[in-house]
Design a protein around this ligand. Sequence first.
Ligand code: ADP
Length: 463
Amino acid sequence: MFKRIFKEFTIVMGIALLVCSIIYYMVVSHILLENTKSSMYSILYLLDHMITEESLDEDIDFLYNFLNDKPERFTIVHKNGTVLIDTDVDKDAILDNHMSREEIQEAFDSGKGYAIRYSETLNKNMLYTAIICDDGEYVYRVAVPYEGIASYYPTIVPSFLIVILISFLIALGFSYSFSKSISEPLKEISDEMLKFNHDEQVSFKVYKDEELRNIVNTTESMMNEIQMQLVQLRKEKKIRQEFFSNASHELKTPLTSIRGYVELLESGVITDPIKQQDFYQRIIKEADSMTQLINDILMISKLESADVEVVESEVHLQDICNEVLEIVSPLADKQQVDIYTDIENKSVITVYQHVHHILQNLMSNAIKYNKENGSVHVVLSVKDGMLMIQVEDDGMGIKDEDKERVFERFYRQDKGRSKRIGGTGLGLSIVKHIVNYHQGSIRLTSKENVGTIITVFIPVKEC
Ligand code: ADP
């Protein structure tokens, strides 16, 4: 980039210098011509003033003698065009009518005139200046060899070339520093941006120019945004990888058990029909837990991709709670846990499936992680367009360090216990996904060996 700017700037400077030289040449030529003309007119006016009828012969003799060996030429032309005197030719020579000469015609027309013509005799360009004399009868003309500025070449050219060279060198230096001042900050910025590609630390300089500052600021904010997105993408990638490896692991365990039971049954080692029945029951239990796990995984993936059927309907709070109670009661009986409910007699418009899922999950957790003869309290109420689902138990509680993590996929405080009682480790994660889907909120209060309260708030339409 530097080379290109430098090259183009140098060309522009060169052209500017050339144009300046041409203009300078034309102006100087013009001034020189005007000055020469003006001096020659002055001489002509002086001669007009000095030459009288009486002194004419004497003056002409003088002029013949004086201009004899000089290139200057003096002519007197009568108003009819006949040449009276021409110091370049013999006194008695007859010359052609001079009326057609440009400078003579101009002098008769407007008082004075000039012309530049090539002289065959002298092999030079001549400058002719002519004025009409006082009485209007004659035109006086003076001619001098004139090459314009070309005659000054020997003196002007060397100094002019030096000036041009110095100017060009100054322009070159100027264009070098100018090109550098443009290209260097851009190179610095581009170098820093390349570092970003290689995951290196990026830091831009502070520039004085507003445009560069704008580029740096915009680039910095874009990079920050990309960096944040990258961090987010990496995080999501990691979560996905962990999820797949956890899911495979969780599926592998029941599959291995099933295979083991089937192999044992197939080998014929187990002959006792009661034991065989027990093995079949275990296979069914493992298959059920696999189905539950797959259903939970599917639910999470649907919620994440927002590919869920969101059919809103009128949901009566007491009805939905009773339906869930019917499902979880066998477990509660088995665990000897009492369930108490405080349900508002109201209906709301919401996604039935989602509320059912949250309620069933929180209630079965409250039963699963409870103690013998423990109790569970369920509260469902609506206020200001918010449905509150609160499930409280006086069970084993959640350790402080686990409170955040229990909402992560497959995170379980006590893996053995959770698995024994049919947990997949995805329940609370699904609850959180549903709550996020509805832009609601979730609150967890728990104390180890005292109990847990989980409260969910979901925006609903009140009926
Ligand atoms: P799981 O299928 O294991 O129950 P969840 O996602 O529903 O998975 O819960 C994650 C973990 O949070 C559980 O394994 C358990 O350790 C803990 N947990 C959830 N609810 C309760 C609760 N009411 N009391 C104590 N611990 C709980």
